[in-house]
Design a protein around this ligand. Structure first.
Ligand code: PLP
Length: 406
């Protein structure tokens, strides 16, 4: 089924505004996606009808809010095909999910001399928590490289794996290069050695159908706001066998079973990892966002975004002096580039004045920028509400930037 883009655009109120007296073109979807009316309405509905703290009350509103919250957990379980709702932990985003795993996994499993493998293409959120945990525990962080297309080097991964490796933490999709990593292959390889794999799914869930049982990954972390859901929402998926073993990340209300003067016993899964009052309104919005995505169909979304990517890549390639970063054949819908000698920041400023939102800079991936020996890139990242005509506008804006800056 092909998507009706005009109808979809009507669902996103924010898209219908003028910026510098031009229609807004939003190509910063890898940073955060816009929200359909359905999601905004779900938040409003929650506050107008159901608002109450959850899990603690016997009264009507508390029970209603709790049921809605736990229903959302079931929706997310189905969305990523987790085995059980016990494996779905609500967080405030991918960053918190990744910190949770790094902290708890580190405490439980990482000893002096152990090794963790990550990659050079990671977002800081899937790099710094592992780096710091390894420093604290006297472990070593091994960093997997990439080839000239921005693909992970799996032969190097085979060489890095050894009896000291305790975990591999890599991204599903690179937020800079767009590369869709061969994560199933990586999981297969790691499991042959009995090593668990964490996938940073922050850029995966919004573009691709994700089935954690099929991938067989041990942890999958993502943010709500990059998948059309509210800010401050996210998920940490973990296989139950690990979550049972890991110590809690934060302590306080909700995550306890019994508290005594000298010790505390912890709640069962998933509540053991959900200390304090959660972002219930956000989770209501996330449930609505998932319903919206499912209605469009993740396969349809992926197919349309691939067409956008192909068109944008072709059009941009015709611009003299453009250099792409990330040319893997298997890519999500974003393009990172530098135009001749023009600093990405200067290009971004001019493109912005044309009403087009692109992101410039290191994209929270400084180790990758150092590896590529560049200060940053211009990144245009697409969503299913973007159009080929908007891509044409970007091309015109780049020509203008070139004319002004060279
Ligand atoms: N991982 C990747 C690949 C990302 O692109 C991002 C955000 O850009 C994150 C993690 C962190 O996500 P958040 O800031 O929503 O926690």
């Amino acid at each position: 089924m092909s998507l009706n883009i005009e109808q979809i655009r009507a669902d996103f109120p924010i898209l219908h505004q003028q910026i510098y007296r031009r229609p807004l073109i939003y190509f910063d979807n890898a940073a955060s996606t816009q929200k359909p009316r359905l999601v905004i309405d779900a938040i409003r509905h929650y506050y107008e009808h159901d608002n109450c703290n959850i899990h603690r009350g016997v009264h009507y509103l508390s029970v209603k809010a709790t049921e809605a919250y736990e229903e959302a957990r079931k929706e997310i379980q189905r969305f990523i095909n987790a085995k059980s709702t016990h494996e779905i932990i609500f967080t405030k985003g991918a960053t918190e999910s990744l910190n949770l795993v790094a902290s708890s996994f580190g405490k439980r499993y990482i000893q002096r001399g152990d090794e963790v493998i990550t990659s050079i293409m990671e977002h800081h959120s899937n790099f710094v928590p592992w780096q710091q945990m390894c420093l604290e525990r006297g472990a070593t962080l091994r960093v997997l490289g990439i080839n000239e297309h921005g693909e992970l080097d799996l032969d190097e991964l085979k060489d890095l794996l050894n009896e000291k490796t305790r975990l591999i933490a890599v991204t599903h999709v690179s937020n800079v290069l767009g590369t869709i990593n061969p994560v199933k292959e990586i999981v297969g390889l790691a499991h042959q050695h009995g090593i668990p794999v964490l996938l940073d799914g922050a850029q995966g869930v919004s573009h691709l159908p994700v089935d954690v049982q099929d991938l067989d990954c041990d942890f999958y972390c993502f943010s709500g706001h990059k998948m059309y859901a509210p800010m401050g929402t996210g998920v940490m998926y973990g296989k139950e066998k690990y979550l049972e073993e890991l110590p809690p990340y934060q302590l306080g209300g909700e995550m306890i079973k019994d508290v005594y003067l000298d010790h505390t016993t912890f709640n069962e899964l998933p509540f053991k990892f959900e200390a304090g009052t959660p972002n219930v309104e956000g989770v209501m919005g996330m449930k609505a966002a998932i319903a919206y995505l499912q209605q469009l169909g993740m396969d349809n979304i992926a197919a349309y975004e691939e067409r956008l990517l192909k068109y944008a890549t072709e059009q941009l390639s015709a611009i003299e002096g453009i250099k792409f970063y990330g040319t893997a054949p298997h890519k999500a819908s974003l393009v990172s580039f530098i135009i001749g000698d023009i600093h990405p920041y200067d290009a971004g400023m001019i493109i912005d004045k044309m009403g087009i939102a692109v992101r410039t800079g290191h994209h929270c991936a400084m180790p990758l920028m150092d590896f590529l020996k560049i200060p940053g890139t211009v990144r245009a990242s697409f969503a299913f509400y973007n159009t080929m005509e908007e891509v044409d506008q970007l091309i015109a804006a780049i020509h203008k930037a070139k004319a002004m800056l060279t």
